[in-house]
Design a protein around this ligand. Structure first.
Ligand SMILES: NC(=O)c1ccc[n+]([C@@H]2O[C@H](COP(=O)([O-])OP(=O)(O)OC[C@H]3O[C@@H](n4cnc5c(N)ncnc54)[C@H](O)[C@@H]3O)[C@@H](O)[C@H]2O)c1
Length: 273
């Protein structure tokens, strides 16, 4: 897989959590260009360890496993966790306890940079006629969004107290192509995902930063002006898919909360019993 970010910076050892997931599988091949050793972790099957890889299964809620996982690591790309609206139990374990374990392990192992996969669902209860900036208050659209807002606050605390730098990526929709009208605004190609992650890893000074993970889309609900120091320049637009997407859904119901709010269907996924 060609690398699409112009940098000569290489890490000795990068850790990628959630490496068996949708984005993790994509970044597994791409991040190798930026490190000597890519350590891969998940609870799902990661397959065989290739040259330049270390496969290290670990459960995020297991503090001692997380401590061992972060030993000898230069930086972390943290994708692991619950990635959809789910019952409180799994969200609490993977995204709340898991995030705490990750940062404690980073602190104790002297790891100084984390790229944290947050989510656009931190601000999903803003309407689609609003443009939200990275400083605007969180308005999570579910327990999943709340857990990502927690991760953002936790990482800010670990920067303020311990100097561990984090870039929180409020990822929109990173898939091969936009699947619906909402994704015309939220879509980010895998090449742009790579650009965003690598920029977040290699920008010299990031402190605690928040940036929306979106492409160079014509329609947008998010303003990354205050994250320009990351140096992320998206290059792929959803526009070339517009005709196909709109033809598949010619008459959206403008009274449907999923059409009105940025979080889409997440805003009407009620709490699970
Ligand atoms: N794909 C997107 O467009 C998108 C949008 C917004 C945010 N994100 C965030 O980006 C990250 C990656 O997204 P994805 O689409 O690849 O999600 P995914 O669900 O495919 O991958 C998440 C991975 O985390 C692992 N995991 C879950 N619970 C765990 C635990 N307790 N311990 C260890 N590992 C655990 C899963 O096995 C899975 O492989 C997630 O944090 C997600 O919330 C993704």
């Amino acid at each position: 897989m060609p690398s699409c970010h112009p940098t000569s910076i290489r890490f000795q050892r990068l850790l990628l959590t959630g490496a068996a997931g949708g984005l993790g599988q994509e970044l597994r091949s791409r991040l190798k260009a930026y490190c000597t050793i890519l350590r891969l972790s998940d609870i799902a099957d990661l397959g065989a360890e290739a040259t330049g890889e270390e496969v290290r299964p670990a459960r995020l809620e297991d503090a001692s496993a997380m401590h061992a996982l972060l030993e000898g690591v230069d930086a972390v790309v943290h994708l692991g966790g619950v990635s959809t609206e789910q019952p409180w139990g799994p969200i609490l374990q993977a995204n709340i306890v898991g995030a705490y374990n990750l940062y404690e392990a980073a602190r104790k192992n002297g790891v100084k940079r984390v790229v944290f996969a947050s989510s656009n669902h931190v601000t999903g209860f803003y309407r689609q006629d609003e443009v939200v900036g990275t400083d605007d208050p969180a308005r999570p659209d579910g327990l999943y969004g709340v857990s990502k807002a927690f991760g953002e606050d936790l990482s800010r605390f670990y920067f303020d107290r311990y100097g561990i730098e984090t870039v929180c990526l409020r990822i929109g929709s990173s898939f091969p192509e936009p699947r619906n009208r909402r994704m015309l605004a939220t879509w980010m190609s895998y090449d742009d995902l790579e650009r965003l992650v690598v920029a977040s890893l290699t920008a010299p000074v990031v402190g605690h930063s928040i940036i929306y993970g979106m492409g160079d889309n014509t329609t947008t609900w998010w303003d990354n002006t205050k994250a320009r120091h990351i140096g992320y320049r998206p290059q792929d637009s959803s526009e070339r898919f517009r005709a196909k997407v709109e033809a598949a859904d010619p008459h959206p119901d403008l009274t449907d909360p999923a059409v009105l709010y940025q979080g889409g269907p997440f805003v009407r996924t009620g709490p699970f019993e």
